[in-house]
Design a protein around this ligand. Structure first.
Ligand code: ADP
Ligand code: ZN
Ligand code: ZN
Length: 805
């Protein structure tokens, strides 16, 4: 491995180039001028003409690199690549370039006529890969702004924004193939024989019937309909179906002159609040506006989204729908495909790279009307951007936690602004940042205070367990209530935020406990299969039968995980199905769908699980929610602990009584008098969040101050702390200017001091002025980049960190 400094030398430095950290409109002007710059240049004399590509290169260096256009004639490395006139290459097109000893794919950010790099050191690009820019000037500017704001190497930002196949340098033409699944001859001939052949495989049968009814289907649509790839493969192996790649029919924009909304699916009469929300969001369809749709679970937010989307689709404009990772299920996607008749594409983890590229390309060319995806789908280019919906805006999965550490929510608002379109942020439990933006008048605050269900919402009841004996974590009151609801033929939900069997194994003789060697944390006991697993670093070892320290057979589990609760509940309610939902029980997309289907069937059951249950899914027959304990959040080292706990509890509680049946919510706690729990049970999330905001203002914490976190980790604790000290010193020197008000906290060990064998230290920077923090950070990092790091030390910057652990 070469050091960064050596790599930089290899690649010929150009002038350090930072886009200005001003409002986005300034950046836009800069790019307009670029677009008109390189006219009329003679390709054959490019060696002497003054044209340089300023390129974002995938590398950890926080800078751009200048290249000469390709030598003439341009090298055509792949037959798929169309001949590109390199003289008119525009910002936003990809180039293949030599970088050190490698060839890499970069993105042209600017075409300039001057460079600080000595001519002798400049290298030629090998080829320009795209005839047209992949990103609009607005999106290009936004990505550059994001690199600057999040202090991330611009090449890494573009790498995150591109599908893997484009990153690898493939032609975009590859995206044009569409894989179709047809019924094979054997599948078409004797239908009743096929029906009986598949009678024992209901999913295969359902897929067969779908193909029979609808004819050849795009593979991506089969996945959208909730069938996994294994199903498809099984039908192929039986000779009933076959897959073929086909060139697409007519391409171009989706047809907005045809009816776009399925009339059967949109017959609801809006409530007055919904109608008001729709009226506001749709009032200025081609202008930026940010709307917070603050509505309790089941209040019909999705209905509001879809009305606003229908307006944009009728105008021929596209809608981008961003949802949390866990919410992107076939059920969610189906709500949109049933409502809209225009093409809907989803960018989800079940797609392979070809399908991902295809969906991306359909968004970019405008043939898809609705694009649904998780965090990174935010960067999908849209031919005709119309509207962004970001559902469950408080969800932590919108923040990328490594590499390019961006907030998809914040960037989505920036994107809507840059491209001039409305954006809706929806949640039953808005983040304090978003609430404050609404209070400050930056976002329009829309309320849906009532559930559309006929019955009133359940109040949350606290069960004080401070002095009561528990059976495997359950209070008598909770067990009795579960029994009642099951006897009445209803479904119940039990929430524990811990997967596995039990959080600790310990020896009652010598006091040994199952601590992970590599982390400051206990290993979790798992029974199926029997192992000790560290949930922080992933290490696992066989479950010991005797104490590894004193060899006695007095090992006991402490605490409760989902597996232990499952076997306990099964003993308590032997005739009731217990459906466990956690990361272990639902590997693969079908696992979760199948578990949820059982709940949807309506039979009495106990649905037991982790926070996977808190998000997105509708369980209309659940009448009782039991939250076993959530006290951890009350005393978290993270200042967002209470906010996150309140969101989680409110979201889980929202699963109860969504249909015509009234619901009850029980929360077991050892701290029943705690202000946060009192607020949640006697008041509302809105009142809770107002108090939290008051406290944050007093403590000068986000959203009233802005944070950046520098993280350092190394196998040697002294190395991590030593380098963090250097950073703190530098930071101190740079902030001596009395006009700067940046507070430096630390360095200090991270709340989780050791993880995966590495010691972790943090340095926190805080300012009430975002701009000052930005200036300081930029300065600090430019300086820190020059300091030689000790071996095996890693450091990173997190701007607006979400997770302080
Ligand atoms: P949210 O997204 O706020 O959780 P949903 O949009 O999923 O709520 O709505 C919950 C349920 O209420 C859905 O079954 C939906 O079809 C129904 N619903 C939405 N709006 C109305 C309305 N105006 N009248 C009757 N039912 C409605
Ligand atoms: Zn022991
Ligand atoms: Zn570990």
């Amino acid at each position: 491995m070469k050091s960064l400094a050596e790599l930089g030398e290899l690649c010929r430095f150009s002038r350090e180039e930072h886009s200005p950290n001003g409002p986005l409109s300034n950046l836009m002007k800069q790019d307009d001028s670029n677009a008109t710059a390189p006219n009329g240049l003679n390709l054959h004399t490019s060696g002497s003409a003054s044209v340089f590509y300023r390129v974002a290169v995938p590398s950890p260096l926080r800078r751009v690199f200048d290249y000469l256009p390709p030598k003439s004639p341009p090298e055509l490395t792949r037959s798929l690549i169309t001949t590109v006139n390199t003289a008119s290459a525009q910002p936003g097109t990809r180039v293949r370039i030599p970088f050190g000893a490698r060839k890499v794919t970069g993105i042209i950010l600017e075409v300039v006529s001057e460079t600080d790099v000595p001519r002798a050191k400049l290298r030629h690009a090998d080829s320009v890969l795209d005839a047209e820019p992949l990103f609009s000037p607005e999106l290009l500017a936004l990505l550059r702004w994001a690199a600057d704001y999040y202090q991330c190497p611009v090449g890494e930002v573009f790498a995150a924004a591109l599908p893997a196949r484009l990153r690898a340098g493939e032609g975009i033409e590859a995206a044009q193939e569409r894989w179709h699944t047809h019924l094979a001859k054997a599948g078409k001939e004797d239908k009743s024989a096929v029906e009986s052949l598949l009678s024992r495989s209901p999913r295969q049968l359902a897929l067969y019937r779908l193909l029979l009814e609808q004819g050849p289907l795009l593979t991506e649509n089969i996945l959208l309909a909730g069938f996994g790839r294994p199903m498809l493969r099984k039908l192929q192996e039986r000779g009933l179906a076959e897959c073929r790649a086909e060139a697409p029919a007519a391409r171009g924009k989706f047809d907005s002159s045809k009816p776009l909304v399925n009339p059967l699916a949109s017959a609801l009469i809006l409530t007055a609040e919904q109608a008001e929300a729709v009226a506001q969001i749709t009032a200025r369809p081609q202008k930026f506006g940010c709307f917070l749709l603050d509505g309790v679970t089941g209040s019909g937010k999705t209905e509001v989204y879809m009305r606003a989307m229908a307006q944009q689709l009728a105008l021929g404009r596209q809608c981008l729908v961003l949802i949390p990772e866990i919410g992107l299920t076939p059920q969610t996607i189906a709500r949109f495909t049933q409502r809209f008749t225009c093409p809907v594409v989803a960018l989800h983890s079940g797609l392979n790279e070809s399908e991902r590229l295809s969906a991306w390309a359909r968004a970019r060319e405008g043939s898809a009307g609705v694009i649904i995806g998780t965090r990174s789908a935010l960067f999908t280019p849209l031919a005709v951007p119309g509207l962004i919906i970001l559902d469950e805006e408080h969800d932590s999965s919108f923040k990328q936690q490594d590499g390019f550490r961006y907030s998809a929510r914040d960037l989505a608002v920036m994107r809507a602004h840059a491209e001039g379109m409305p954006i809706v942020l929806g949640s039953a439990t808005p983040s304090l940042e978003t609430l404050q933006n609404a209070k400050a008048g930056k976002f329009v605050h829309l309320h849906l205070p009532n559930s559309t269900a006929a019955v009133p919402r359940a109040a949350m009841e606290l069960i004080d367990i401070a002095e009561r004996p528990l059976q495997e974590g359950f209070s008598e009151a909770a067990l009795a209530r579960l029994g009642q609801h099951l006897d009445n033929g209803n479904q119940c939900l039990v929430f524990i935020n811990r997967r596995g069997y039990a959080p600790v194994l310990n020896c009652t003789t010598c006091g040994w406990s199952s601590e992970c060697d590599d982390c400051i944390s206990q290993m979790t006991v798992h029974r199926t299969p029997p192992r000790l697993r560290c949930h922080h670093c992933g290490v696992s070892v066989a479950l010991p039968r005797t104490c590894p320290h004193c060899k006695s057979a007095t090992l006991d589990t402490m605490g409760l995980g989902t597996q232990k609760a499952e076997s306990f509940l099964q003993r308590q309610f032997p005739n009731t199905p217990i459906i466990r939902v956690d990361r272990d029980s639902t590997r693969g997309r079908e696992g979760l769908s199948r578990a949820l289907e059982r709940v949807e069937s309506g039979e009495p059951c106990i649905l037991l699980g982790t926070q996977m249950l808190a998000k997105g899914h509708h369980f209309p027959n659940i009448t009782l929610v039991v939250i076993l304990e959530a006290d951890g959040g009350l005393f978290s080292a993270d200042f967002r602990g209470q906010e996150q706990m309140a969101q989680l509890v409110t979201q889980v509680a929202g699963r109860a009584g969504r249909a015509e049946r009234a619901g009850e919510v029980l929360l077991q706690t050892k701290h029943a008098a705690h202000e946060t729990l009192q607020a949640l049970s006697n008041e509302s999330y809105a009142q809770f969040s107002q108090r939290q905001l008051d406290q944050r203002l007093l403590a000068s914490l986000p959203p009233f101050a802005h944070l950046a976190l520098l993280r350092f980790d190394a196998t040697d604790p002294a190395a991590a702390m030593g380098f963090a000290e250097t950073a703190a010193q530098l930071s101190l020197q740079l902030s001596e200017d009395p006009r700067l008000s940046v507070e430096i906290l630390g360095p200090m060990p991270a709340p989780m001091e050791k993880r995966a064998g590495r010691f972790r230290v943090q340095l926190q920077l805080k300012s009430e002025r975002r701009g000052q923090l930005q200036d300081h950070l930029k300065n600090l990092i430019a300086n820190l980049d020059q300091v030689k790091t000790p071996p095996r030390l890693r450091w990173s910057v997190d701007v607006d960190p979400q997770d302080m652990i």
